[in-house]
Structures are given as structure tokens and as C-alpha cells.
Design a binder for this molecule. Structure first.
Ligand code: 13P
Ligand code: SF4
Length: 368
């Protein structure tokens, strides 16, 4: 019955009002029932986020995808997350990204060609296979996860980076960490690795722009990638907050710079940031260095406890690619499923998926 009523509705166009779109998403979800599971990353805008069956950080959502029994996993996040859902789910399950152009600019800073070149260049100075564990942040394409699996490496998220680095050092003496230099540096420093033993590999330069001595001395070789959102946060934002609110608490995501993380009281994944704010005493004031949609949601969610959650940058900076997923597209993919057609499926090549799964499974095995 519900199926018929959805198929009969007016075609979905830009002119359909916000309220109607919301109602149609709810109706389509109801019609699909257990056949669909919607996963929502914390950075999604509210109008999309409210429809998520499971909301979380990259690790929680990867686990949710692996555990899901649903026929369709609709991922309100970015491309690499939907790839992970496809890789970790069963072959007959279908992963869907409501907007195929929702990528991650940081993930795009490393690709198989420049990582393979780096590996070869490292091999001219070291015995890369015996000396170096490649570690890719989950914010990367599936072929890079496959590359890591083929070379004894592993995937990490911001939640488990420390566990993953410990595992990696138990295998080999050095790590090639891509694509986010900040997560690598912040995690390495927290494990007592001195800054001068973490060098930056500039993928636009021969030998990463490093000397043979620098490579030989390094414990971690950090890819020169970064997140365009988290690079907006500066130590001076923290200084001026602390001047006004000496008792205020600063919480940052580890994709923020070393200087910002050093000045922060707490550093961790989006799920961790939520926990810190949720578990704090009433009336605490926070300065938070992560994406704006999450910060605004936290402010609204906890203001009844007198908690005040400020965004770290004076500029409005959102993850523009996450923002590409809008209610209209979510509605469109759900109604298409009700009508029997799959739109925007993310399907990773079989061989690549098998290898990437090995690197992801290693990560899940060492995760807390
Ligand atoms: P989390 O895993 O902490 O949610 O981070 C994902 C991400 O892309 C942050 O920019
Ligand atoms: Fe990628 Fe940064 Fe957006 Fe996270 S916030 S998805 S790292 S661009």
C-alpha cells in the first residue's frame, strides 16, 4: 500500500517544498522498512542527519555497515565512507551515496600513482618492504587501502590511530602515513615520537623533497595532505577564547594542526568530541575545532544544560562536500528504491575490495 502511494506521488523537482520532501523521505523509509539502513556522519546537515538510523564517526559507521543486514545501505557521508560500506558489507548488499560528487578533498590528495611512486623512491634509500608499514587514514580511496594490504599495511581512523600506529611499529621500524599529515603528526607526538623524526613527504617533489639522511632518520613519513576545513582553525583563535573565558574548555579534531591540538584540552574524533561535551558539568563553555554542522548541533543539543558550544573559527567553514548531500537527493534515492531501481550505487572492484577488506579488517582487529 505504502509503496503504491509513493510511486504515485508527483515527480521530485527543485520546486517541491522542504516540508513535502521531508514527508516523502519518511514515507519512503517506511515503505522500505528493514530493507534500508541510512547511515549519517556527524557533519551532515540537520535536514539529512535526522533521518539516519545510525549516526557516528567513520569507525562507528564502518562497523554499522559491517553489521547491517539491510539490502540497501544509504550512506549520508562522503565517497570513501560509502566505499568502506560496500567493502565491509556482504556482496548482495548495495551501498548508495545520495550524491556521487560528495568526495573528500583530503582523500583526493593521495592517489595510487603518487603513493606507488613514493614507495619506489623510498625503496631506493631503504628496503621499504622490510622497513616501512604503509598506513592509510580511512579518508582515502579503496585502491590505497588495497595498496596497504599488499604491503603489510593497515587503515586507521581518528579514533584508533594510536592503536594502529602501535601495531604498525610492532611490525616494522617506520611508517608511511597518508594522506593527512596532521593526524599522523598529532598521534605520533602523543606516542613520544619527536617532531624531527616525523618528516613531511611532498608528493609534488622528487624524493618527497627530503634528503637521504632525513628519510633514514624518520620514524614517520607524513604525506603532505590536510583537511581544508580543519586547517582554518588557528592557535590565536584559542588564545582569544581563553583570554575571554579562562575556564573554557577547548576540544579539537586531530585533523587540526599540531599547534592547535597542543593548545587544546581534548583532542579526538567526532564521536569523542560529542562524548566530552555530553559528559561535562552543566554550564561548561567550549571552543570546538571541528566542522560547523556538528558544532551547531552540539550547541543546540546541550544549551538546556547551560553548556555553550562555540565554533573555533570566526569564518564560516563547513565541509562543502558533505554538504552536497541534500534532502532532495536523499528523497530521490529512497523513492527510486521503492520504485525498484538503484541510483548512485558505490561498487568497488572485486579484487580491490578483497585487499582493502584485509587492511580494514586489520584495523577493526586492533581497534579499542
Ligand atoms: P571522524 O572519523 O572523527 O568522524 O572524522 C571523519 C572526518 O572526515 C573528519 O574530517
Ligand atoms: Fe574530508 Fe575534511 Fe570533509 Fe572530513 S571535513 S570529509 S577530511 S574534507
Amino acid at each position: 500500500m505504502a509503496t503504491a502511494s509513493i510511486i504515485d506521488v508527483q515527480p521530485l523537482t527543485e520546486s517541491v517544498g522542504e516540508q513535502e520532501i521531508q514527508e516523502r523521505i519518511i514515507a519512503a523509509k517506511e515503505a522500505l522498512g528493514d530493507r534500508v539502513m541510512i547511515l549519517g556522519h556527524h557533519y551532515q546537515r540537520e535536514e539529512v542527519f535526522q533521518h539516519a538510523d545510525v549516526a557516528g564517526d567513520s569507525l562507528k559507521l564502518a562497523r554499522a555497515a559491517a553489521d547491517s543486514k539491510a539490502e540497501y545501505i544509504v550512506f549520508c557521508g562522503v565517497h570513501f565512507m560509502a566505499e568502506v560500506a560496500d567493502i565491509l558489507s556482504r556482496p548482495e548488499q548495495v551501498a548508495i551515496l545520495p550524491d556521487l560528487s560528495a568526495g573528500c578533498s583530503m582523500a583526493d590528495m593521495a592517489n595510487l600513482a603518487n603513493v606507488e611512486r613514493a614507495w619506489q623512491e623510498l625503496n631506493s634509500v631503504l628496503d621499504a618492504e622490510s622497513d616501512v608499514t604503509p598506513v592509510t587514514y580511512i579518508n582515502s580511496a579503496a585502491d590505497l587501502k588495497a595498496f596497504c594490504a599488499s604491503h603489510g599495511g593497515i587503515v586507521c581512523t581518528s579514533t584508533n590511530a594510536r592503536h594502529v600506529l602501535s601495531w604498525s611499529f610492532s611490525k616494522k621500524e617506520k611508517i608511511l602515513f597518508f594522506p593527512d599529515q596532521h593526524l599522523g603528526r598529532n598521534t605520533g607526538y602523543g606516542m613520544d615520537i619527536p617532531l624531527d623524526e616525523m618528516v613531511v613527504w611532498d608528493f609534488d617533489q622528487p624524493m618527497g623533497g627530503l634528503s637521504v639522511e632525513e628519510i633514514k632518520k624518520a620514524k614517520i613519513i607524513l604525506w603532505k595532505g590536510f583537511c581544508s576545513v580543519h586547517q582554518m582553525f588557528k592557535p590565536e583563535h584559542i588564545d582569544s577564547f581563553k583570554q575571554k573565558h579562562p575556564d573554557g574548555v577547548v576540544v579539537s579534531h586531530p585533523e587540526a594542526s599540531f599547534e592547535v591540538c597542543q593548545k587544546s584540552d581534548y583532542v579526538g574524533s567526532t564521536e569523542y568530541i560529542i562524548r566530552v561535551i555530553r559528559d561535562a558539568e552543566p554550564n561548561t563553555r567550549f571552543l570546538v575545532g571541528t566542522e560547523l554542522n556538528l558544532v551547531n548541533r552540539l550547541h543546540n543539543q546541550f544549551k538546556h544544560q547551560g553548556k555553550n558550544v562555540h565554533f573555533m573559527s570566526p569564518m564560516v567553514c563547513m565541509c562543502s562536500t558533505m554538504f552536497r548531500i541534500d534532502p532532495l537527493q536523499l528523497c530521490h534515492v529512497l523513492e527510486s528504491l521503492v520504485a525498484g531501481s538503484v541510483l548512485n550505487q558505490i561498487k568497488v572492484d572485486k579484487r580491490e575490495a578483497e585487499l582493502a577488506c584485509t587492511a580494514l579488517q586489520r584495523m577493526l582487529d586492533v581497534s579499542p
